[in-house]
Write a protein that binds this ligand. Structure first.
Ligand SMILES: [Zn+2]
Length: 384
């Protein structure tokens, strides 16, 4: 196995609680893993050496919430919203029509392009949801497409009730928990539902998550995005890996998150793109809740694939410190996916890292919108 030493790292932000941040660091890559990290002066011998010329190195971003399998475009809806029209869950149906009409090849090519776009911006692990097919066939092929791009695939048949069953949501929940789950489970690691007024209520979301769990899928939940609701407490009660959005929280919601293993995944791209109030990250962090940041990349409410952009929003708009935002974008995302091999740079972790064209990760928020990603390594190989 070839050992490559990445040397001359001005600042290595490991996200490992024991290792912390190391100035003038080096990192040894062996195969697809990190073999050693420490001070440059103590670096072990290696077969090859790469000079980071004083740049900052951070773990590859872990984007734990993205909807990448779709067709169509909703730029007109965005423009209308920016001219004052409100956002509702129903806009999803526009994308459903386009997705059903698209071929597998088109869906695959579009999703692959977004994954590449993400990789160029430093994202080395991405979760991809279905949820724009809403038929047995279209959800199953959406997940088959996602499975070719990531191991973190999520069955989101319960995204919205499709128009053909709008009058009979109970029949749709029966379809999701029955034949649709049957067709999708082998392509999925997770099950998710959109627990929101206009989508699925607590009983329906519970039925979907419990059915998925019975098939061996991990649980995650879209919760409390558009208004207060039962989603967050349901996610905590069921032991879901994450409750996503968390924009409208009661004290009981915060308490439930703080006393559970459920990660609060904040998606500030959605509030940015819908011109809505941001989630209260400070309140969550100060209460001891584990917080992750993700893009929610989707064509309706957050069409950004950029973790650096979300990190900058978290710092500027949600009062997270740059260090907290970096952790939430890396190790926090990993926690939301119940992974300990990504989002951190320590011996044994997958060698996924970003070399920033900056002396510190603070520049990710300090210089928003600037392409600071100089290089990306995934599984021990330079890919950007
Ligand atoms: Zn979402």
């Amino acid at each position: 196995m070839t050992a490559t030493l990445i040397d001359g790292i001005g600042l290595l932000a490991t996200q490992d609680p024991g290792l912390g941040e190391i100035a003038w660091a080096a990192l040894l890559v062996e195969g697809d893993r990190v073999a050693w990290v420490g001070r440059s002066a103590d670096a072990p011998p290696a077969d090859a050496r790469v000079d980071a010329v004083g740049r900052c190195v951070v773990p590859g971003f872990v984007d734990s919430h993205a909807h990448l399998v779709f067709a169509g475009d909703r730029a007109a809806e965005f423009a209308a919203r920016m001219s004052g029209q409100p956002y509702g869950a129903g806009g999803i149906r526009t994308t459903v029509d386009a997705t059903r009409a698209a071929s597998d090849e088109e869906l695959g090519a579009r999703a692959a392009r977004l994954v590449t776009e993400m990789l160029r911006q430093g994202t080395t692990t991405v979760e991809i949801k279905s949820g724009y097919g809403l038929t047995v066939r279209d959800e199953a092929r959406s997940l088959a497409v996602a499975r070719m791009l990531t191991e973190e695939t999520t069955f989101l048949g319960a995204h919205v009730v499709p128009p053909e069953l709008a009058d009979d949501p109970a029949a749709y929940v029966a379809l999701v928990t029955g034949p649709m789950l049957e067709a999708c489970a082998s392509h999925a690691r997770w099950v998710d539902a959109f627990c929101e007024r206009g989508a699925f209520d607590a009983d329906q979301a519970r039925a979907v998550l419990e059915a998925g769990a019975a098939r061996g899928l991990g649980m995650r939940l879209h919760a409390n995005q558009l208004g207060p609701g039962p989603g967050v407490q349901l996610a905590c009660e069921l032991g879901a890996a994450s409750a996503d959005h968390c924009t409208h929280l009661s004290d009981a919601d915060v308490e439930a998150l703080a006393s559970s293993r459920t990660v609060a995944t904040l998606l500030p791209g959605a509030e940015f793109s819908t011109r809505s109030p941001y989630p209260e990250a400070r309140r969550l962090l100060d209460s001891g809740v584990t917080v992750a940041l993700a893009t929610d990349c989707n064509p309706g409410s957050s069409y950004t694939s950029s973790m650096p952009f979300c990190l900058a929003l978290a710092v500027r708009e949600m009062h997270m410190t740059p260090a907290e935002a970096l952790w939430a974008s890396t190790a926090g995302g990993a926690a939301a996916l119940r992974r300990d091999d990504v989002g951190v740079l320590r011996p044994g972790a997958r060698a996924d890292l970003v070399v920033l064209d900056a002396p510190s990760y603070v520049h990710l928020a300090y210089r928003p919108g600037v392409p600071l990603v100089a290089a990306v390594w995934r599984a021990g190989r330079p890919v950007v």
